[in-house]
Design a protein around this ligand. Structure first.
Ligand code: ADP
Ligand code: ADP
Ligand code: MG
Length: 499
């Protein structure tokens, strides 16, 4: 058991800040790392100390594991929190961290390795009799064999990269004539994204919902689940809106899927926070997809309904402490929804829309949480994931969480880049979402760019008004300005600057 006194956060943006906030509440010092384009980023300003890693490219900065480890040694750091993406699911990195005598805030390198490979993961959990999507649990590289397997499973099938992540390396095949082309595309996509071209085939579940379970384990072997998250509103097989709990589960289903998730975690001797993803069909039968061995983007909705700070739990488990929570202590309190705010244009195929945040004003008020990594005036760099942040609402029930989200989206003012917020408002207000009857095909079934047109005109008028106000404000002496530009140094930042 080793007490952690200083954490290096090997990440950027909202998740780096999110982690530092919990560390700060635990009286743990923080070290930020950053690339040259992130020099003035909020996570750099928030940390007690900060070190530049190198140029903007991730491969020359945030992915430099050895450099990050040597910074820890120089700065008396005890532990590294990897956040999500970057080095978070790199088992070799986790191993080097341990070998350097440091704590990796996450599971063991072995768990990361097993679960990082979808095929290895399926094989590991098969001993527990966890339901799995029909398919083959081995890599396939021969088209003839692929055709045979696909016709046994029955079309449509999904070709998946074993090393896949972030929705990449996946191809739906509706009929045999498309198989060869889609398979070679999946393989080349997998090689370029993950350096590993292994693919396998599984049944494509029609009308699927993506429902996942948050788990938490300690190094003593205790594992609990913190209920489910519904993540079916996706584009490019990637989540945009998440909620907890799912509106389609009853208590019986909830405990069955929770139990299955705990067994998946047991299958790899899991400790720390992790997520077990399932695909759920129309009959509400669930099938194991994969396990993500890290804190997830959408962890906040679980925190909102359980009142548990997942980052603090991760830190305690990494110190070697046993979980103080028991399954029977946990209960769901209210409902929470998250909208991911990406700098993307929903009217242009959700392509990234990189630029400057000319106006950036967060919503406030009861039940609203914004976890973001930017401030007004900042540029969104082209080098990383274009997520600006997350907007989360919490209320006593789902209907209220929906109304609260719509109100918060209306308050959120972002000028300079297009964002996913307009799409999120459309989706949340849609009868399919409100009634809970939707699946992962929501975007293809209901969304067209035209549905946002009226909205845009209205927004443009508002933006023009904001910009005029802003310009007038800038003419006043500094001490009398009250625009959002001068509120950039909020209380928290001032406190830290004065230290
Ligand atoms: P979630 O954490 O909700 O599952 P995503 O699947 O979108 O969210 O992944 C979170 C982040 O991690 C994204 O920036 C994504 O690009 C990145 N990511 C996820 N899996 C991988 C992977 N295997 N390799 C590289 N990056 C990944
Ligand atoms: P990643 O590692 O990219 O997150 P996942 O296996 O978790 O890959 O799948 C990502 C998304 O792709 C799921 O949320 C779901 O929308 C879709 N998907 C995955 N497997 C299937 C399947 N067998 N049938 C239908 N959709 C699927
Ligand atoms: Mg996944």
């Amino acid at each position: 058991m080793k007490e952690i006194k200083k954490i290096l956060v090997a990440n950027r943006g909202e998740i780096a800040l999110r982690i530092m906030r919990s560390a700060s509440e635990m009286n743990i010092k923080t070290v930020a790392v950053y690339s040259e384009v992130d020099r003035i980023a909020p996570h750099v300003q928030y940390a007690d100390q900060a070190v530049c890693l190198g140029p903007a490219l991730s491969s020359e900065s945030y992915l430099l594991g050895d450099k990050i480890i040597s910074i820890c040694k120089d700065m008396d750091v005890d532990a590294i929190h990897p956040g999500y993406g970057f080095l978070s699911e790199n088992s070799d990195f986790a191993k080097s961290v341990y070998e350097a005598g440091l704590i990796f805030i996450g599971p063991s390198p072995e768990s990361i390795k097993t679960m990082g490979d979808k095929l290895a993961a399926k094989n590991a959990v098969s001993v527990y009799g966890i339901p799995m999507v029909p398919g083959v649990n081995r890599a396939i590289d021969d088209v003839r064999e692929a055709k045979q397997v696909a016709s046994q499973i029955g079309y449509p099938v999904l070709i998946k990269a074993s090393a896949g992540g972030g929705g990449k390396g996946m191809r739906v095949v509706v009929e045999e004539s498309e198989l060869e082309e889609q398979m070679s595309r999946a393989i080349s996509e997998a090689i370029s994204a993950f350096g590993d071209g292994s693919v396998f085939i599984e049944k494509y579940v029609t009308s699927p919902r993506h429902i996942e379970v948050q788990v938490l384990g300690d190094q003593q072997g205790n594992i609990i689940h913190l209920f489910e998250r519904e993540c079916s509103i996706q584009r490019r097989h990637q989540k945009v809106i998440e909620e907890a709990p799912s509106s389609i589960f009853n208590e019986e289903k909830r405990s069955a899927i929770g139990e299955a998730a705990i067994n998946v975690a047991k299958a790899c001797g899991y400790y720390g926070a992790g997520t077990v993803e399932f695909i759920v069909d129309e009959k509400l039968d669930f099938y194991f997809l994969e396990m993500n061995t890290r804190l997830q983007v959408e962890h906040c909705v679980t925190e909102e309904i359980t009142g548990i700070d997942l980052v603090k739990e991760q830190i305690r488990v990494a110190e070697g402490k046993s979980l103080t929570l028991k399954q029977s202590d946990l209960e769901i309190n209210g409902h929470s929804i998250e909208c991911r705010v990406y700098a993307e244009d929903p009217k242009n195929g959700f392509l990234p829309d990189i630029g400057n945040l000319k106006v950036y004003k967060r919503p406030q008020g009861p039940g609203v949480r914004v976890d973001d990594g930017f401030d007004q005036g900042m540029d969104i760099p082209v080098y990383y994931d274009p997520m600006i942040g997350k907007l989360i609402t919490k209320a006593k029930n789902r209907d209220e969480a929906i109304s609260r989200m719509i109100r918060a989206i209306d308050e959120f003012q972002i000028v300079g880049v297009e964002t996913t917020l307009s799409f999120c408002k459309f989706a949340i207000d849609h009868s399919a979402f409100r009634s809970g009857k939707f699946d992962t095909k929501f975007v293809e079934n209901y969304f067209t760019p035209e549905v946002l047109n009226d909205e845009a005109t209205h927004e443009e008028e508002e933006i023009a008004a904001i910009l005029t106000m802003h310009a007038i404000d800038q003419l006043k002496p500094k001490s009398k300005r009250n625009s959002s530009a001068s509120s950039k140094n909020n209380g928290n930042w001032k406190r830290r600057e004065l230290r």
